[in-house]
Write a protein that binds this ligand. Structure first.
Ligand code: NDP
Length: 255
């Protein structure tokens, strides 16, 4: 298996894309620690993984709180002795209004979770990897909004837009320790949450028209890419953000 004997922290690993990554990492032999706030979806995913014969556990964590992040990484070390892989997946998204009306609290919340949370988890895990001399992997989850703006989403776009450069900066700083840092930028992926949007015919038509592959992505497809970036097969990709969007960003429509 590709991740045998590895220990992976997946933030937001209980639902959506994170759940897909947790399940696939466990199926590849990793012990998975899910870090998020909601205990219910975390418990369900831990149960699914254990039923399938894998190893998983949950540490309640708000990634915007440095002390909770430190306690979560400490708990991982106590439980499994090490951390080999961090997937910074937890995020908040939404289309909430024009820049003209954006409340400062909402702007700050999106930056706190999507950007500062990524930094805090990477810093805490990076310090432990360096201390333990583990040539680990950090995978950040960006978005197609890391490269293109969307109406009424300045808070999300600004936070996700910083992910490719934060990934490069981390890669540069952590290269001397043999730690690889890369990012994944998904297009629309079918999850419990996007199912609501996809129930809308206008939205489905937008996907069919603007995505060359004419469909949404599957969490399993994102998880497969994360496995590759976390595995020993990947050794010379550093500081990259890999887009997984069915061709959406590649396609400039004029009709
Ligand atoms: P979901 O909303 O389904 O899940 C988000 C996860 O993040 C939950 O597990 C949630 O758990 C966790 N989370 C949110 N806030 C915090 C916090 N403060 N501390 C710890 N955990 C937190 O999201 P998706 O699966 O759709 O998205 C996952 C990632 O992929 C996000 O970064 C998102 O921006 C990105 N993405 C998703 C796309 C999609 O189409 N689905 C497209 C492009 C990017 P809890 O609330 O319990 O803490």
């Amino acid at each position: 298996m590709k991740l045998d004997d590895k220990v992976a922290i997946i933030t937001g690993g209980g639902r959506g894309i994170g759940r897909g990554i947790s399940r696939r990492f466990a199926a590849e032999g990793a012990a998975v620690l899910i870090a998020q706030r909601d205990p219910e979806s975390a418990a369900r995913t831990v149960h699914e993984i254990e039923e399938a014969g894998g190893k998983a556990s949950f540490v309640p964590t708000d990634i915007t709180k440095p002390e909770q992040v430190a306690a979560m990484v400490e708990a991982c070390q106590q439980r499994y002795g090490r951390v080999d892989i961090l997937v910074n997946n937890a995020g908040v998204s939404g289309v909430n209004g024009s820049i003209l009306d954006m409340p400062l609290e909402l702007w700050q919340h999106f930056l706190d979770v999507n950007l500062t949370g990524t930094f805090l988890c990477a810093q805490a895990v990076g310090r432990l990897m360096v201390k333990q001399q583990i040539k680990g992997r950090i995978i950040n989850i960006g978005s197609i909004n890391s490269f293109r703006a969307q109406k009424n989403a300045a808070h999300y776009v600004a936070a996700k837009g910083a992910i490719p450069l934060l990934t490069m900066a981390m890669a540069v700083d952590l290269s001397p320790y043999g730690i690889l840092v890369n990012a994944i930028a998904p297009g629309t992926i079918s999850t419990e949450k996007t199912a609501l949007r996809l129930a809308n015919e206008t939205y489905r038509n937008m996907i069919a028209k603007n995505v060359p592959l004419a469909r949404t992505g599957r969490v399993e497809e994102v998880a497969a890419l994360a496995v590759f970036l976390a595995s020993d097969e990947c050794g010379y990709i550093q500081g990259a953000t890999i887009v997984i969007d069915g061709g959406f960003l590649a396609y400039l429509r004029f009709d």
